[in-house]
Design a protein around this ligand. Structure first.
Ligand SMILES: O=C(O)c1cccc(C(=O)CC[C@H]2O[C@@H](n3cnc4c(=O)[nH]cnc43)[C@H](O)[C@@H]2O)c1
Length: 233
């Protein structure tokens, strides 16, 4: 709920929230937690490019209709870095960092920012991250966005060496955050861990458990999101 003083009167209005998941199963898991129309949940597609395009389209459409979103949330399942983010746990991003946007050199990976371009990190509002931690028990930390799911212990170790605060990796957060930034709208990323980041074992992914954790988390989040004051960042 936003409260604004205008000519001596108090105006209250709810922030409209857009939640962007990757696939329909994630969308349905999140949507199950909400009633009413303050929160819209979309399946924006897999990977940062499609997630960015879908999110930007939804934001533009809402703005043109005169009902803009005030908050964007990237949500879904993710790989968790053990031992901090075990399977079934919940993670909230205090930074959303793209891990593979840059150049490979003889001296190792160089992020695009060190090449003089763009950005590699978006930071969600601190107060909101804190409130989400309190409401859900989620662990706060860096969530990485990758275009290729990690499949070896070596790659997992390399990512953690470059990003010691990383708790999880997924494939959409940075794309969703770029779209939100283009619209000057704050962004969050919330992930339920379905698998460890490391050697590929797709059959071992606990997708059902992670989707259930997502529904439970968003059930606890509903009042937090609906009462958030964007002026309190
Ligand atoms: O097959 C299903 O029923 C199903 C249900 C929900 C989601 C899926 C996905 O495959 C979603 C892919 C989505 O998950 C994220 N993800 C999960 N684990 C990882 C990981 O270890 N590394 C990177 N991304 C991961 C990612 O955001 C994908 O978009 C299937």
């Amino acid at each position: 709920m936003v409260v604004q003083a205008e000519e001596g009167r108090l105006i209250t209005s709810s922030v409209r929230v857009l939640v962007a998941t990757a696939v329909p199963a994630e969308r349905d898991a999140v949507a199950r937690a909400f009633t009413g129309d303050a929160v819209t949940v979309i399946a924006a597609g897999v990977g940062p490019a499609l997630a960015a395009a879908s999110t930007a389209t939804a934001l533009t459409t809402a703005a043109l209709e005169g009902a803009p979103y005030g908050l964007v949330v990237s949500a879904g399942i993710a790989g968790g870095f053990p031992p901090e983010a075990p399977v079934g746990s919940l993670v909230v991003a205090d930074e959303i960092t793209v891990a593979d946007l840059g150049a490979e050199t003889a001296d190792g990976f160089v992020p695009v920012t060190e090449l003089g371009f763009g950005t590699v990190t978006h930071r969600p509002p601190e107060t909101l991250v804190r409130d989400i931690v309190s409401a859900t028990g989620a662990r706060p930390g860096a969530v990485l966005t990758v275009s290729t799911v990690t499949g070896t212990a070596e790659r997992a170790a390399e990512l953690r060496a470059r990003h010691p605060r990383a708790l999880a990796e997924a494939m959409e957060g940075f794309g969703v955050a770029e779209a939100a930034a283009a619209h000057h709208v704050p962004v969050l990323e919330i992930r339920a861990v379905s698998n460890p980041v490391g050697p590929r074992d797709r059959a071992a992914w606990r997708i059902g458990d992670a989707l259930a954790a997502l529904t439970t988390a968003f059930g606890k989040l509903a009042p937090v999101l609906e009462s958030w004051n964007p002026y309190d960042q």
